[in-house]
Design a protein around this ligand. Structure first.
Ligand SMILES: [Zn+2]
Length: 162
């Protein structure tokens, strides 16, 4: 968080070595440069104090404005082009329930679907992603893996026997 320089400090001259702030209006010396102390003193100079308060509210107004910008940004609709294959999406879902250990039911969650559906419609809805289909993919990958392992073992055995 960056501190704005248009703070109460601008009405005082601060001297570091003596740790004293001098009021530019009445030359009164104050210990330190704590904003709360300076503000308290500034109240005695009504005009300056009002000026200070006005500036403060402008700063708040500015940050409100940037909040509005973010809101607008979040609301605006984008056409997002992503380069992704159905296989990558399926693999990601498989990883979700295997490597990441998330329950299959997450794949049926409304929030998850909201993220996924635009992508699936991009695939012309040719693939179905839910707990059942991913469970099947995990099962298929298991079978492929089992086959690979058994082939490897067979080869090793052949080598040993040969
Ligand atoms: Zn003063």
């Amino acid at each position: 968080m960056g501190r704005t320089k248009s703070s109460v400090n601008k009405y005082f001259d601060y001297c570091g070595p003596s740790d004293k702030s001098t009021c530019k209006e009445c030359s009164k010396e104050l210990q330190g440069n704590h904003a709360s102390n300076l503000k308290k003193h500034l109240k005695q100079h009504e005009e300056l104090y009002n000026d200070f308060i006005d500036n403060q509210s402008q700063i708040t107004y500015k940050s409100n404005k940037s909040q509005v910008k973010i809101d607008a940004l979040l609301r605006s609709s984008y056409e997002v082009k992503v380069n992704i294959t159905p296989k990558k999406v399926i693999d990601a879902c498989v990883e979700f329930v295997t490597v990441n250990g998330r329950p299959y039911s997450i794949l049926n969650d409304s929030g998850f679907k909201k993220i996924l559906n635009p992508m699936l419609s991009g695939f012309k809805n040719k693939i179905v992603l839910n707990s059942t289909s991913i469970r099947r993919h995990v099962h298929e990958e298991c079978i492929v893996l089992k086959k690979q392992i058994s082939i490897e073992i067979q080869n090793k055995l052949m080598q040993l026997l040969g």
